[in-house]
Design a protein around this ligand. Structure first.
Ligand code: AMP
Length: 213
């Protein structure tokens, strides 16, 4: 079972990817996290401005990561492919690795709702958990402290309104066409209500597709 999660920034991609990976025992691969974990000054600058790293770099990082996974382990990717060139590179990579594309799940959300989520988002730098004071179901129990590991929460450097606008435009221009490219593999989910409702819809899709096999 391999899944690509696609969505505009702040639609809840990371949160849903974690839930999917826990329930279905899949490796969670976040290309944003892979890049942040490199701790490279130049890359961090690009990320903070909401710009993409090069297709070659991200494709190479992802392929190396996939190579290190046991063949039988399925995965859920959040953050890739972000444009058509990456989609084509991904298909070639899967052929080389003898892996299946699987399905593409798209989280749909209005820009205004996503923006509200992003400017109040806090993340745990230690375990990756995501919190938001604006929504009762994602509020940290103790303000500014991670519910899971008690680490101090931080704001992501690219979580500003200005950067969001840029990232959203890039999404419309470059990432949305990928949805069309993968057409017959694509399933849409309403991600504007809350994380539980989004996940219920995802479970139905996964159940429907993989129970048949
Ligand atoms: P994310 O955590 O998915 O929101 O990604 C954070 C940032 O990492 C993005 O705004 C990009 O700057 C960079 N990034 C993540 N995935 C990719 C990708 N597939 N191609 C290019 N840049 C990426």
């Amino acid at each position: 079972m391999n899944i690509i999660l696609m969505a505009p920034p702040a639609a809840g991609k990371g949160t849903q990817a974690k839930r999917i990976s826990n329930k279905y025992h899949l490796e969670h691969i976040s290309t944003g996290d892979l890049l942040r974990n490199l701790n490279d000054e130049k890359i961090n600058e690009l990320l903070a401005e909401g710009k993409f790293v090069s297709d070659e770099l991200i494709t190479e990082i992802l392929e190396n990561h996939l190579k290190s996974l046991p063949r039988e382990k399925g995965f859920v990717i959040d953050g890739f492919p972000r444009n058509k060139a990456q989609a084509i590179a991904y298909e070639n990579m899967l052929k080389r690795l003898n892996r299946e594309l699987g399905i593409v799940i798209v989280l749909d959300i209005d820009k205004s709702v996503a923006l509200k989520r992003i400017v109040h988002r806090l993340i745990c730098p230690n375990c990756g958990a995501v919190f938001n004071d604006m929504f009762p179901d994602t509020k940290a129990k103790e303000a500014g402290i991670c519910d899971n590991c008690s680490h101090k929460l931080i704001k992501r450097e690219d979580d500003t309104e200005e950067t969001y606008e840029k990232r959203y435009q890039i999404y419309l221009e470059q990432t949305e066409p990928v949805i069309n490219y993968f057409k017959e593999k694509v399933y849409h989910v309403d991600s504007s209500i809350n994380a539980d409702y989004t996940f219920e819809q995802i479970e139905k899709i996964i159940g429907g597709v993989y129970d048949k096999h």
